[in-house]
Design a protein around this ligand. Structure first.
Ligand code: ZN
Ligand code: FE
Length: 258
């Protein structure tokens, strides 16, 4: 078993903490801020055993230097020399073991070119740590990659088991679903989900993780082959013959200015 809990950082980041319950060992994903991680370790009497990085952005890597200054621990991350402190540079298809839990690496270029995601089957409870690639209700901005690359990355994630829990790195859900409703106003699952999320946020509850099935039913960036999404893209410069990747590019650009 593995326990997964969020350490909130900055305005809307989640640093996911993976805890092996039989030990004091924990791993953290994308520690942009060392201070909040150290505070949690001290509070709960835990031992930092390693770090996982999804991409080079500072809000995901900024704490690595400080967290490793007095610790000799593995730092897993993309094969990008621009990220300092990585001890294990990973590429698509690689596998790592955190304690006894096996994770496979999925390259997910789009938001950045170096972006990777970590997937574990984890018995009946698969989990995906996908950084800024797939968000609950949305996807990352295309800072470095093309719409085609992001589409291909999202389709690889979409092929994972439907019960996969999606642990993304930001609490962007409410704004994402406002946009999703502009794309698919008549999607009943989305309408219901938006209400549920509004309640959770008014209680200050995280809306992450969601499940892949939930994302497939509500996330417009996973639905760019659906008639309602294609139709919405037509109103933004697309046409009925636009490919799903083109539709994704059109709605991503629309979201940038939404
Ligand atoms: Zn980012
Ligand atoms: Fe980020």
């Amino acid at each position: 078993m593995l326990m997964i809990s969020p350490i909130p950082a900055f305005k809307d980041n989640y640093i996911w903490m993976l805890h092996i319950p039989s030990s004091k060992d924990v791993f953290v994903v994308d520690p942009g801020d060392a201070t909040v991680v150290e505070a949690r370790l001290t509070r709960d009497g835990l031992n930092l055993a390693g770090i996982l990085i999804t991409h080079h952005h500072h809000d995901h890597t900024g704490g690595v230097g400080e967290l490793t200054r007095h610790r000799s621990i593995p730092v897993y991350g993309p094969d990008n020399p621009a990220i300092t402190g990585i001890t294990h540079r990973l590429k698509d298809g690689d596998a790592i073991h955190l304690n006894t839990v096996r994770f496979t690496i999925i390259a997910t270029p789009g938001h950045t070119l170096d972006h990777i995601a970590y997937f574990t089957e984890f018995g009946d409870n698969p989990a995906l740590f996908c950084g800024d690639t797939l968000f609950v209700g949305g996807c990352g901005r295309l800072f470095e990659g093309t719409a085609q690359q992001m589409y291909a990355s999202l389709m690889r994630l979409a092929a994972l088991p439907g019960n996969t829990h999606i642990y993304c790195a930001h609490e962007y859900t409410q704004a994402n679903l406002r946009f999703a409703l502009a794309v698919e106003p008549d999607n009943p699952v989305l309408q219901q989900r938006a209400q549920q999320v509004a309640r959770a946020r008014s209680d200050n509850q995280p809306t992450v993780p969601s499940t892949l099935s939930q994302e497939l039913a509500t996330n417009p960036f996973l639905r760019s082959d659906q008639p309602g999404v294609i139709q919405a893209a037509c109103g933004q410069g697309g046409d009925a013959d636009s490919s799903p990747a083109e539709v994704l590019g059109i709605i991503r650009a629309w979201k940038d200015n939404f």
